[in-house]
Design a protein around this ligand. Structure first.
Ligand code: MG
Length: 169
């Protein structure tokens, strides 16, 4: 059985993942509106990935006999000045999520809840990837600067992103 404290912490993480999903959905809609169909698609997949993360937490809590309690989702920004601005927000957001997952991991270790430690490993690895991806986009976008053709090419490139649901989601 999950401890009440662990159950509460995992429930908070469901909310954080859904808040992430909401943030990326908002970015997707904003860039679709601005005519960046590639990035609208890229952020849409990001949105689906975060929903899948929330699903993993829900399934995990239930599998351990815990209770899932959904909380209100905080509002998100609705407009970004440009792609660089969106990826800077993305990096900052993912760094905050990494911190939350590390705290969850700390709690699981402290409680000797090794099943939760094992479950969280996927998310520890996932965050390394999320932060690296955001950093790469920031680097690429700084390199491109104001080049219209550069942005056009990058927008075309990211249109090819495919959604891969995380295992068990
Ligand atoms: Mg996530």
């Amino acid at each position: 059985m999950l401890s009440k404290k662990m159950e509460q912490a995992l429930n908070n993480q469901i909310n954080a993942e859904l808040w992430s999903a909401y943030l990326y959905l908002s970015m997707s809609a904003d860039f679709a509106h601005k005519g960046y169909s590639g990035f609208a698609h890229w952020f849409d997949i990001q949105y689906r990935e975060e929903q899948a993360h929330a699903d993993l937490y829900i399934k995990y809590i239930l599998s351990r006999g815990g209770k899932v309690t959904l909380q209100p989702i905080r509002e998100v920004k609705t407009e970004w000045t440009d792609l660089l601005n969106a990826f800077e927000d993305t990096l900052q957001h993912e760094q905050a999520v990494t911190k939350m997952i590390n705290e969850l991991y700390d709690l699981a270790v402290k409680e000797k809840d090794y099943a939760t430690v094992s479950f969280l490993k996927f998310f520890v690895d996932e965050q390394v990837e999320e932060e690296e991806t955001a950093k790469q986009f920031i680097d690429n976008l700084r390199m491109i600067g104001d080049s219209g053709i550069g942005i056009y090419m990058l927008d075309k490139e990211v249109k090819g992103r495919v959604f891969n649901a995380p295992k068990n989601a």
